[in-house]
Each structure stands twice: as C-alpha cells, then as structure tokens.
Design a protein around this ligand. Structure first.
Ligand code: PGA
Length: 249
C-alpha cells in the first residue's frame, strides 16, 4: 500500500479558554507551518469562531467534536452541521468513545451523523475501538467490525471515501496506557480488510489513525508501522511542544 499523507489531529475535549487557545495556536502556527501532515484541531464548539479566525489561511484546519444528525429545531444544547459549516469547519469528529460511553451514542446515531456529514461533503473522522473487557475476552475485531458495518449498512461503503477512521482503544484513552505499535497496527490492518471486503479502492484511500495516549515519546514507534496513518491526540494536543513533535514526526 502506498504511503498516505498523514493526518494528525488534536482533540481538545472540554479544555481551553480564549487566552489559552490563542497562545497554543500562535505557537503551533509557527512550529507546524512546514508540516507534511494534515493538521487539525478540534476545540470545544463555543471556541470554533475564535479558532477559525486565528487559523484563517494557515495550514492547520479546524473541526468540531460532535454534531447533531438533525438539521434544525427543538434540540436544546445541540448544534447542526450547517452551523459548523458556517464557521469553516472542515472536519467532524463522530462517535468518540466518550460520546458513546458518557452520552449513550449508539452505532445507529453514529451512522446518522456520518450520513449528514458525508452528504455535506465534509470529512468525517469516525472513532472506533474496544473496551478493556472486550479486548480481554477476545472480542476486539467483532466490536470494530460491528462499529464499521453499522455505518456501511446504513449508507454504504461510499461513506468512507473521504473519511478518516480513528482507532481508539477505550482502555488507552487518557490513561497513559498506549496500545503497542504491533497491537495498533494489527487492528488497523483489520479495519482495512473489513473495508476491502466491500471496496478495494476505498479501503486503500482511507486513512486509519491511532488514538489513545499518543505523545511525543511514543509517536515515532507508532508511526513506524505500515498501517498507522496518523494520530488523534487528546491530552498531548493541549501543549504546543508535544503536539508539534507529533505533527512533524
Ligand atoms: P488521549 O485522548 O490522547 O488523551 O488518550 C485521545 C482521544 O480521546 O482522542
């Protein structure tokens, strides 16, 4: 498989402030300006306008951490795809494990979100991954497959044409425990094989990135693996030096 352009994204989760965002982005603008990777940040939605303004014309793009699959109406607390589009978001994170476990997002919800993002021509970054219990009982592949096929069954393999898939083992998120490069690579390969059964070309195009305690020290060994096309970074994306190292790795 030919080498793809790497995708490196910072998921800020519920962190940041006007001044912290400004300082972080001003540092990153300088340090990652020559990055070969696609670099994206996912701030909390309330800061999208600030972040998009600071990044205007820069090589760092902005995305949103979640959207509603509804177009508009009586959905208190939700934001729609057209709203985030208004502010120049190119990337939409879908199905992060925190959304799935803390807010009860189901595979069916994830498929509906994929559908609206794909229809709008934006790039979905869809997260899949198993819990520790699922891994220990040998169910990793079944879980990943179910997460992918629920989308394919709903909207077809075409949904993945322009997508990024983030493999994020739940047990590695925010825990300081990373999957070994071999463990991650194996699941990434499985993801490609799952897509290949539907469409060879799409499987080759899709970037599969790893997430779960990625930092400046472990990034090189992860990126050395053939099937790891980048990273979705939480904690380490809040600090310019570490995130820069990952973006330039
Ligand atoms: P982490 O988070 O890097 O802090 O483990 C990754 C993620 O949740 O996307």
């Amino acid at each position: 498989m030919k080498q793809k352009k790497r995708f490196v994204a910072g998921n800020w989760k519920m962190n940041g402030s006007l001044s912290q965002n400004r300082d972080l982005l001003n540092a990153l603008i300088e340090t990652v300006k020559d990055a070969d990777s696609d670099v994206v940040v996912f701030p909390p939605a309330i800061y999208i306008q600030q972040v998009a303004t600071i990044l205007d014309g820069m090589n760092i793009k902005v995305g949103v951490q979640n959207i509603s699959f509804e177009a508009k109406g009586a959905f208190t607390g939700e934001i729609s795809l057209s709203m985030v589009k208004d502010f120049g978001c190119d990337y939409i994170l879908i199905g992060h494990s925190e959304r799935r476990t803390l807010y009860g997002e189901t595979d069916a919800d994830v498929a509906k979100k994929m559908k609206v993002v794909v229809a709008a021509g934006l790039t979905p970054v869809i997260c899949v991954g198993e819990t520790l219990e699922e891994r220990e009982s040998g169910k990793t592949e079944d879980v990943i497959k179910a997460q992918l096929t629920s989308v394919i069954d709903e909207i077809g393999i075409e949904a993945f044409k322009n997508a990024v898939i983030a493999y994020e083992p739940v047990w590695a998120i925010g825990t300081g425990k990373t999957a070994t490069p071999e463990e991650a690579d194996q699941v990434h390969e499985f993801i490609h094989c799952t897509l290949k059964a539907y469409d060879d070309k799409i499987s080759d195009l899709v970037r599969v990135v790893y997430g779960g305690s990625v930092n400046a020290s472990n990034v090189d060994s992860l990126f050395a693996k053939e099937n790891i096309d980048g990273a979705l970074v939480g904690g380490a994306s809040l600090e310019a030096e570490g995130f820069t190292k990952i973006a330039l790795a």
